[in-house]
Design a protein around this ligand. Structure first.
Ligand SMILES: CC(C)(COP(=O)(O)OP(=O)(O)OC[C@H]1O[C@@H](n2cnc3c(N)ncnc32)[C@H](O)[C@@H]1OP(=O)(O)O)[C@@H](O)C(=O)NCCC(=O)NCCS
Length: 147
């Protein structure tokens, strides 16, 4: 589901709990900026048994979107939760005139790369030494929204 501002404020801690371990604490900082209108992003969440199981942060500019972060609770991975979030954002993008979604991912992150490929993303390029802790190349990927 797409979170409105008040739900996002309420669920910030739960989402940060999943994201901060995967992204070195970046998720809580990012959510804070979204809540304070410093950045314009949509936050989608998947729920299981009344708790947040995964989330996806999407930034949009005109007819392009970027996946900023997507993560699923460690004990709930490989159960189709990221797939649910991906289907939801493809649907949202289609309804909102987006034509392409971009993202970057660590080269070693095979689960994420496979997940994106499953949803039709192609690998278009590389950014050398893009990530820190540890230093690693980024793989650039993009997916087309079909109309
Ligand atoms: C990447 C991530 C979001 C996938 O979430 P998930 O809910 O486990 O994914 P799903 O169960 O929906 O799987 C979707 C597809 O991803 C791929 N995939 C998921 N986990 C995988 C793994 N461990 N190894 C290989 N492929 C994997 C498969 O293609 C899978 O499709 P299939 O089930 O038909 O085989 C999850 O592993 C995660 O939170 N990782 C940490 C955060 C992260 O790295 N985010 C991406 C940063 S760019």
């Amino acid at each position: 589901m797409l979170l409105d501002p008040s739900s996002l404020s309420k669920l910030k801690a739960e989402i940060s709990c999943i994201g901060d371990s995967a992204f070195h604490g970046n998720t809580s900082l990012y959510l804070e900026d979204i809540i304070n209108n410093k950045v314009d992003c949509k936050v989608f969440a998947a729920v299981r048994d009344g708790c947040i199981a995964g989330f996806l942060i999407l930034s949009t500019v005109l007819d392009e979107a970027e996946i900023i972060e997507v993560a699923v609770s460690e004990n709930l991975r490989k159960k189709g939760i990221a797939s649910e979030l991906m289907r939801e954002i493809f649907d949202w993008c289609q309804k909102n005139g987006i034509i392409r979604i971009f993202l970057e991912v660590r080269e070693s992150n095979l689960p994420a790369r496979e997940c994106y490929k499953k949803f039709g993303f192609s690998e278009d390029g590389q950014r050398k030494n893009y990530y820190r802790d540890p230093v690693e190349d980024a793989v650039l990927m993009s997916g087309k929204i079909s109309y």
